[in-house]
Design a protein around this ligand. Structure first.
Ligand code: SF4
Length: 362
């Protein structure tokens, strides 16, 4: 199935030529002919794990403005990083980001290691990310395979076996294409990603303008739109629980710093009950006095592994001092917007706010 050496070389040449004319301009990328900034490459690659380029760009700009060097990030308080990460999801990434920046600052003199092996030892850096950093930041030959590259390989080689079973095959095919003397490894890796993101798109690939269409077996067979084939998805689990709008006599709202472990770990949010499987009964938080259910407040949020529905409840707690409850604190209502909170809580705050603004006006 792999192409012959000459075809592989032609594929790379055509791809790089196309990249030189059509590369995406991204804030973490070096300009043509310039050296990449390893801090930018690392930061962007961590942010891009499970997140799209348009969603990452404003966060990347905010982080690099606030913390221009890896040592600045290492010196920042963990809470500040979590708050600035809020909304990007997968919060373990932010915690590992901080841990990694501290190791780079303390043990590596602010310099990222150049080899994939050394990079792999750092928190939050797995196989894909270490390959990407080695190639893009240090121009080392590496097999960088993200979802875009998998799609391109599935189509170039007409791999009809569905993902995820075909992932090892797609990775090894990408490895064959990158084997031997590879010209400009960093650009080659980014060129493949760009091809997948802008030309060999998930639906309606633009084969008419594709620089490697002649080498594409999927297109030759007319099956490119069906690749990569996917297994039918199992239904996602549904979970449910309560989310609380707890206010004191001054109208302040109760928030919590969530536990260090688990989903949304160490982020700030409205108090919630435990989340149970749909059909189960989530008990109210035992320490809250008389939660009053609010039928009009229902917060829906999609996580990677389950869908969540939270029913809103209001609690009036005039004179309570949350200092007696570890992790809970009052926030002035007008300051809530300045908190960095995950999207699920932003949705909840918006709904509660709209309800209580209406009620306040009556
Ligand atoms: Fe993708 Fe079409 Fe190019 Fe094949 S010819 S790599 S399917 S865009």
């Amino acid at each position: 199935m792999p192409l012959g050496t000459r075809k592989v070389e032609k594929f790379r040449r055509d791809l790089l030529k196309w990249y030189d004319a059509h590369r995406r301009v991204l804030p973490w990328r070096a300009l043509p002919g310039k050296k990449a900034n390893p801090y930018y490459v690392w930061l962007s690659e961590i942010m891009l794990q499970q997140t799209t380029v348009p969603a990452v760009i404003p966060y990347f700009l905010k982080f690099t403005q606030k913390w221009p060097k890896v040592s600045d990030l290492a010196a920042a308080p963990a809470e500040e990083i979590m708050e600035n990460w809020a909304g990007l999801g997968y919060y373990a990434r932010a915690r590992n980001l901080h841990k990694c920046s501290i190791i780079i600052a303390n043990d590596h003199g602010d310099k990222f290691p150049k080899t994939q092996n050394e990079l792999n030892k750092l928190p939050g850096i797995g196989d894909y990310t270490s390959n990407a950093i080695a190639a893009i930041a240090f121009n080392q030959p590496a097999n960088v395979v993200d979802g875009n590259v998998e799609r391109v390989m599935a189509r170039i080689f007409a791999v009809t076996e569905p993902v995820p079973d075909s992932k090892p095959l797609l990775k090894s095919l990408a490895g064959v294409m990158a084997e031997g003397e590879l010209d400009r490894p960093g650009d080659y890796a980014q060129a493949l990603m760009d091809l997948g993101a802008t030309v060999c798109t998930p639906s309606s690939p633009k084969c008419m303008i594709c620089p490697v269409s002649k080498q594409c077996e999927g297109r030759n067979q007319g099956i490119q739109d069906t690749l990569p084939a996917r297994k039918a998805k199992a239904a996602k689990p549904q979970r449910q629980g309560h989310v609380y709008w707890v206010t004191d006599s001054r109208g302040r709202v109760l928030f919590e710093r969530r536990p260090e472990k688990g989903l949304l770990a160490a982020t700030i949010g409205l108090p919630t009950s435990e989340w149970v499987e749909k059909g189960g009964k989530a008990a109210h938080l035992a320490f809250l006095p008389n939660p009053r259910p609010l039928k009009s407040i229902e917060v829906r949020h999609v996580f990677t592994h389950f869908d969540l529905t939270l029913s809103g409840a209001e609690v009036s707690w005039p004179d309570h001092d949350p200092a007696t409850l570890a992790g809970y604190f009052w926030v002035e209502r007008e300051k809530i917007e300045t908190l960095g909170i995950p999207t699920v809580f932003k949705k909840a705050v918006k709904l509660f706010n709209s309800l209580f603004v209406q009620t306040d006006k009556k």
